[in-house]
Ligand binder design. Sequence first.
Ligand SMILES: Cc1cc2nc3c(=O)[nH]c(=O)nc-3n(C[C@H](O)[C@H](O)[C@H](O)COP(=O)(O)OP(=O)(O)OC[C@H]3O[C@@H](n4cnc5c(N)ncnc54)[C@H](O)[C@@H]3O)c2cc1C
Length: 387
Amino acid sequence: MPDPFLTDEHQLVRNSVREFSERYVVPITRKMDIEDYYPRDLIRELGKQGFLTPSVPPEYGGPGLDLRGSVVVVEELSRYSPTLGFIVEIVNDNIAYALMKYGTDRQREEVLPKIASGEWVASYALTEPCCGSDAAAIETRAERRGGEWVINGRKIYITQGAYADVYLLFARTGPKEARHRAVTAFLVRRSNCVEVSKLDMMGMRGAGEAEVKFNDCVVGDDDIVGKLNEGFKIAMITLDLARIGISAVALGLSQGVLDEALQWARSRVAFDRPLIDWEWIQFQLADMSAKLELGRTITYRAAWHFDNKDPVFVKYATLAKLYTAQMAVEISRDGVQILGGFGYTKESFAERAYRDAKVLEIAEGTNEVQRILLFRMLTRGLPEVEL
Ligand SMILES: Cc1cc2nc3c(=O)[nH]c(=O)nc-3n(C[C@H](O)[C@H](O)[C@H](O)COP(=O)(O)OP(=O)(O)OC[C@H]3O[C@@H](n4cnc5c(N)ncnc54)[C@H](O)[C@@H]3O)c2cc1C
């Protein structure tokens, strides 16, 4: 039975990402996790195949898929490597979308193709040591000096930050009290003014997480993305989209765990019977699959609303993020349990997935932030969004 939210083209995309993953991703996932290895060549290969920025149109070097297409790419990659799914959703939803919608012609023509092809590694630099959930309080400053902008400040937990060639950076361009009304988005090229320190994370290893310091980085007016003091709007719309992207990571990760648990339950024997013959195991697997199907339905629906330019997508994106992040933590925990001791070893996918899943409740807005947003929508209606 075809999925009502997906087309035959989406299915073809899924098949090619699966083939790609089996060939290029599977052999490297363990190294990425154990050595915290950033797969630079694989990022280029993802770009070559059009999987790094699925939503970028062909004139800027992407395949021009709709958002459901990019959800399918991220979901399928995350079955094998949640880290790669996470990288792709950030590059596509947080960065490429901002450039497509708010970038200048020069930024679209010169920068976007380099990001889409994987020639340049791109990072989204919003969070700071002072503030993550309260992004309107950021302290990194861009000051006007002699017709240029001079940027100083620190960003933290920046995915691919250790290896980035370019940062989509949000900085304060007015007084702190002006909060979100004095934030501007800039494109900052990596140079001597950028100092990176790698971070040692619990999961999503190999994503090049870093603290990034900007010391007197000079950029021009033509490096502003969107308008002066309108950066916060860009941050919010890209985060709305990224909530669908991160839900796709949760779906793929959970599917990977369910596949492994099912296979294990069929082959592992306990008390003279395969595990799968025991009712508790059957109920666990049934619950895992029920949660996953619910998560899939909400996520695809959110992307479908976006593709149909319906602002209600924001509500479903928030719902999907809240539900699927929690779902991925539960499914991976239950997967480890079904696998028993093997599930606690680094040989199993479930062990890595359990650590990777936790960040889905934190990144792209914590689950508490999703509850705050949902409560606001419940009491005040949908926020205004530019589509
Ligand atoms: C692996 C990883 C990758 C990341 N990648 C990026 C990236 O590429 N770019 C980027 O800019 N950022 C990135 N982040 C940062 C991420 O978006 C932030 O960590 C997140 O927004 C939370 O901010 P914080 O860590 O400052 O927590 P805080 O905002 O300090 O929150 C701490 C806790 O308090 C809760 N809390 C805060 N305010 C409230 C409230 N009003 N009511 C109830 N509870 C509240 C939060 O939900 C959380 O549980 C990444 C983080 C991780 C871990």
